[in-house]
Design a protein around this ligand. Structure first.
Ligand code: G6P
Length: 609
């Protein structure tokens, strides 16, 4: 939801601003803009469309350079994606420019007050209200103005601010939206996320809730919203620059699909010691676990789908009730949560607004919270009682693949850990699942070697407008992710359906123009799945079966196409079956000529409600 960058130093800030925004386009890409301080004035270039529009304008413009600047790439919330609504926004006095990520909830009231005072608004955005509010309060001290203004704002805001009267200062503000400072010699930066900074520095400081940073080329100071000096904590990031580059791949999505064996290895292996697991930072006593009345998994998007699979295997391995909720529903449904509830929040970014709110609500109700997070030090990670990091590395494509896979692998580890502590799993089962997790990288490698076969299947169906994914039990939960992937990047209407539920209505939609992707990996449900597939086949649908090597021959005669995955411990099969689904979506979108890494209307990090 919008990417922010800023830079202050002795050189030219503009190349960094452009390059940094490029790395943040996953957060929104309907318009972009840059403001610099040059020759006593604020100068702005902003345009509708992807960042390449701005890049083209500034390509041979040697005059547009400065040591101080801010930039923005937008995912529109208030006001259409137009040149005027694009950020940065500039104050009526012409002295203050600002970029914003978040939503100002009371912007209408503030706008009315300002209009009464004679302020005119050019855009339809909530953001312009902030800068005009600052303009109305500005009497020569920009720090004081920022402090006074933000007191009047309700909602979420990460801000980058420059002021023509203070060319030696870049100001950053954070409330409920992420913002990071990057430091290097003679130049300092702000950005919404780490990938924007990787080419410049590995040393960062994450702004904490309700902090203001005053940054110059030598360093920075942090203050709370009252203006008291706060302590700063620098962290060194070990992500390589390469991790945020496409390298030889045509798309980040394909690169990230191919990185899954490595990402899973990095996530799983350090937590395995011989035949058992070590989760040192998870201090859950046996007594606490025994007293648990239930476990609630809460997440959004694909992370929610990880939770849907985890519900099945956690209940199997732990023998306690496991609920799964969408964070946006959980937070407003008065959940029954208390000190005997363990809440698990799953989030790649660690910044998703609804997941963060669900975390806070759970803690308020007395629950302990474990989070499964990819971005170190993110809000969800820092506010949880315990955090288990996935080591996927930076994920750039909007459609998640490697973050999803590492979250799932980590949920198996967590379930095993709790199940073992509660004596609910036999040693044999415990060790077999650990062995299966260890083998995941190799098995995924084997599936990825067959990607051309999936590409050729996609070639047969990419022009279809209707695709159903059907499965039972965990296979149904994998279908949900397969269907979401396809919708997100290829814009084909698809649905995931529990195969046993088809006859209760959905089967009326099946005809000869439908592709049905049937996932069948579970032995006890195989015959039921065969019957369901026969039913849709009888209505003219084309069938793509996804199964394990073991059932390949059995299912081949009733399928139009069949893809098999290596046989492994059945409980862990979802970690393998999702891979062909990712590839199928990727190639389908590619044949349709879609913008795979930046699908329309979407953003990767949803930091607004
Ligand atoms: C967006 C992304 C999804 C992601 C979801 C939750 O919708 O496109 O890939 O699963 O947000 O994000 P989180 O960062 O909390 O995992």
């Amino acid at each position: 939801m919008c990417g922010i960058v800023g830079c202050i130093g002795k050189g030219n800030a503009v190349p960094f601003l452009i390059q940094g925004l490029e790395k943040l386009e996953y957060r929104g890409y309907d318009s972009s803009g840059i403001a610099i301080y040059s020759n006593g004035k604020i100068r702005v270039v902003k345009k509708q469309g992807h960042l390449k529009v701005i890049k083209e304008i500034l390509k041979d413009n040697n005059d547009f350079c400065a040591g101080l600047g801010i930039g923005h790439t937008r995912w529109a919330t208030h006001g259409n994606p137009t040149d005027i609504n694009a950020h940065p926004h500039v104050s009526a006095c012409g002295k203050i420019a600002l970029v914003h990520n978040g939503i100002i909830e009371n912007y209408i009231e503030l706008k009315e007050e300002l209009m009464k005072k004679g302020f005119l608004f050019k855009s339809d955005t909530d953001t312009e209200v902030i800068v005009q509010l600052m303009s109305s309060l500005y009497e020569g001290d920009i720090f004081q103005t920022v402090k006074n203004s933000i007191k009047k704002l309700q909602g979420s805001f990460a801000l980058g601010i420059i002021c023509a009267d203070n060319p030696d200062t870049l100001i950053a503000v954070k409330k409920d939206s992420p913002l990071i400072i990057g430091t290097s010699e003679n130049e300092n930066y702000i950005a919404s996320d780490i990938p924007a900074l990787l080419s410049k520095t590995d040393t960062i400081c994450r702004l904490q809730e309700k902090q203001i940073a005053l940054i110059n080329s030598e360093g920075f100071k942090l203050y709370d919203f009252e203006g008291n000096l706060s302590e700063k904590k620098l962290t060194v990031i070990n992500w390589s620059i390469d991790a945020a580059e496409k390298n030889q791949y045509e798309h980040f999505m394909l690169k990230e699909i191919m990185e899954q064996p490595r990402a899973i290895k990095d996530t799983v292996y350090p937590r395995i010691e011989g035949k058992s697991l070590k989760l040192d930072n998870l201090n859950l006593s046996k007594e606490y676990l025994e007293n648990l009345n239930k476990i609630c998994i809460v997440a959004c998007g694909s992370a929610y789908h990880v939770g849907c699979i985890a519900k099945y295997f956690m209940e199997l391995l732990i023998r306690k009730p496991v609920e799964i909720d969408l964070a946006s529903e959980f937070r407003y449904r008065s959940p029954i949560v208390d000190e005997n509830t363990l809440v698990i929040i799953i989030s790649q970014s660690g910044e998703t607004a609804d997941s963060l709110a669900a975390l806070r609500e759970s803690k308020r109700l007395g629950a302990r919270v474990i989070s499964i997070v990819n971005v170190v030090g993110s809000s969800i990670a820092s506010e949880s009682d315990y955090v288990l990091y996935t080591h996927a590395g930076p994920e750039i494509a909007v459609a998640t693949t490697k973050a999803y896979s590492t979250q799932l692998a980590l949920m198996y580890i967590l379930a095993l850990h709790i199940g073992k502590a509660l004596n609910k799993i036999s040693d044999e089962k415990y060790e077999s699942i650990i062995e299966a997790l260890k083998n995941l990288p190799e098995n995924i490698e084997k599936i990825l070697e067959g990607k051309e076969e999936i590409m050729s299947i996609a070639k047969n169906y990419y022009y279809y407008e209707k695709v159903f994914f059907i499965g039972r039990n965990v296979d149904y939960a994998v279908c949900m992710e397969g269907s979401l992937k396809l919708k997100e990047i290829s814009y084909i209407h698809s649905e995931a359906y529990a195969a046993g539920e088809l006859k209760h209505g959905t089967i009326s939609l099946i005809d000869k123009n439908t592709l049905v992707i049937a996932i069948a990996t579970q032995e006890k449900l195989m015959d039921k799945m065969i019957s369901n597939v026969r039913e849709v086949k009888a209505r003219g649908a084309k069938i793509l079966f996804l199964t394990t090597e073991k059932y390949y021959e059995k299912l081949k005669p009733i399928s139009d196409h069949i893809v098999s995955i290596p046989q492994t411990y059945e409980t862990v099969l979802p970690s393998l079956s999702v891979i062909p689904m990712q590839l199928m979506s990727y190639y389908t979108a590619k044949f349709r000529g879609c913008d795979i890494d930046k699908p329309r209307n979407l953003a990767k990090s949803v930091t607004v409600e």
